[in-house]
Design a protein around this ligand. Structure first.
Ligand code: SAH
Length: 363
């Protein structure tokens, strides 16, 4: 029986070295291959001319470079971009690019759907199917960078990457870590270390592990300053309450002088947007190097929430700033193509395990 081919996009630099050693080759073949794959964006082994003909033939037999398929590529009037990417049997995920004057941020997904069920998020309504593979996570970067005509030397178009699309990256720990390593690796996408950010709803034990194995920047979806409210908005809080989450975040940046935590806080009209909430939030973050991203809620069909009034958002931000916190209000981008935060829907063949999983998480 023919054995399945190894998709080289699934392999970290170290995995790739081991792969070549197993073929009886020297580990530096990994360097050559990664340059073709990530710098030149060549996926055809036959074109990798600094590998011997025999090795190219063996690669063709044993390996492949298989990318997911872009089924829709939409540009917004404001320059944002959204790709709908098909993975398998009807499952699609979304990847978004957001250009700003000083940076270009690519927002990638880590799971098909999401098991966390946050009450204000469109992805939650889709249910959960499965974790993405490393190839599917880095494949999003590869495809977006080709589509945008990104350059490696000279001006880059993608300068920042956030794991802030569909899914909870820390519930797909190993693949998220390998994928972010490839984003930061000079032989991979070569994005500067602190410009690769993993966003989490707060899987506390995974945060302790992450510090040991990764150098990604951390964004944490907080959304509420007290447990009662956060339990309602982010059900994962029932398992890992705020005090435990903050302790894990402090530990994550301890002894890293220039690092801080980015806190995401989606503003929901009449729910979490009062001045009291802002004061409580400021008190909570008092001793943690922090930046707060205030995100005006983006509505989606069927939601019970509304976006806070601009004046309420401005007041909330002013309370934080007056207490010495760096707080910015994120501009809503890509509205016209449903590419804004929390609007990523894709097409998820939910497996009906979400409630079960949630029961496990909450137990
Ligand atoms: N599971 C991870 C990664 C998903 S990113 C996490 O929770 O961090 C999710 C981010 O999208 C949240 O922090 C939130 O800021 C944003 N978001 C989700 N739904 C939203 C909505 N309807 N409007 C605005 N932002 C939303």
């Amino acid at each position: 029986m023919a054995t399945a081919k190894t998709n080289l996009l699934d392999l970290s630099r170290r995995d790739l070295e081991a792969f070549f050693v197993a073929l009886g080759e020297k580990p530096f073949r990994a360097t050559q291959l990664m340059k073709w794959l990530y710098h030149e964006r060549i996926t055809d082994f036959a074109a990798m001319t600094n590998l011997s003909k025999v090795l190219r033939e063996r690669l063709t037999e044993r390996a492949e470079i298989r990318l997911p398929e872009v089924v829709l590529d939409r540009a917004s009037q404001d320059g944002s971009h959204k790709w709908l990417i098909r993975l398998d049997s009807g499952n699609c995920i979304e990847t978004v690019f957001i250009p700003e004057p000083d940076r270009g941020t690519l927002c990638v997904s880590s799971q098909i759907g999401c098991p966390l069920d946050c009450s204000f998020c469109a992805t939650a309504q889709q249910g959960f199917n499965r974790n993405l593979t490393v190839a599917e996570i880095v494949g999003q970067v590869w495809l977006a960078s080709r589509s945008l005509g990104d350059v490696r030397n000279g001006n880059r178009i993608i300068t920042n990457i956030v794991l802030m699309g569909m899914g909870e990256p820390l519930l797909n720990f190993d693949n998220a870590v390998k994928a972010t390593d490839l984003m930061q690796d000079d032989l991979g996408f070569g994005i500067s270390k602190r410009r690769v950010t993993l966003s989490t709803a707060g899987v506390v034990p995974a945060l302790y592990r992450l510090r040991e194995v990764s150098e990604v920047s951390l964004a944490v979806s907080l959304h509420a300053p007290d447990d009662a409210l956060r339990d309602e908005l982010v059900p994962l809080n029932r398992k890992y309450p705020i005090a435990e989450l903050l302790a894990a975040c402090k530990h994550y940046i301890a002894d890293k002088p220039h690092r801080r935590i980015t806190w995401e806080y989606v503003l929901l009209d009449g729910v979490n947007d009062s001045e009291q909430h802002a004061r409580a939030l400021a008190a909570l973050l008092e001793n943690i190097p922090s930046k707060v991203n205030l995100i005006p809620f983006n509505p989606f069909p069927g939601t019970r929430y509304r976006r806070s009034e601009p004046a309420t958002i401005a007041r909330f931000q002013a309370v934080l700033t007056a207490r010495g916190l760096t707080a910015i209000t994120r501009k809503t981008r890509g509205d016209d193509i449903a590419a804004a935060c929390g609007q990523l829907a894709g097409q998820v063949q939910a497996r009906g395990r979400r409630l079960e999983r949630l029961a496990q998480l909450a137990s």
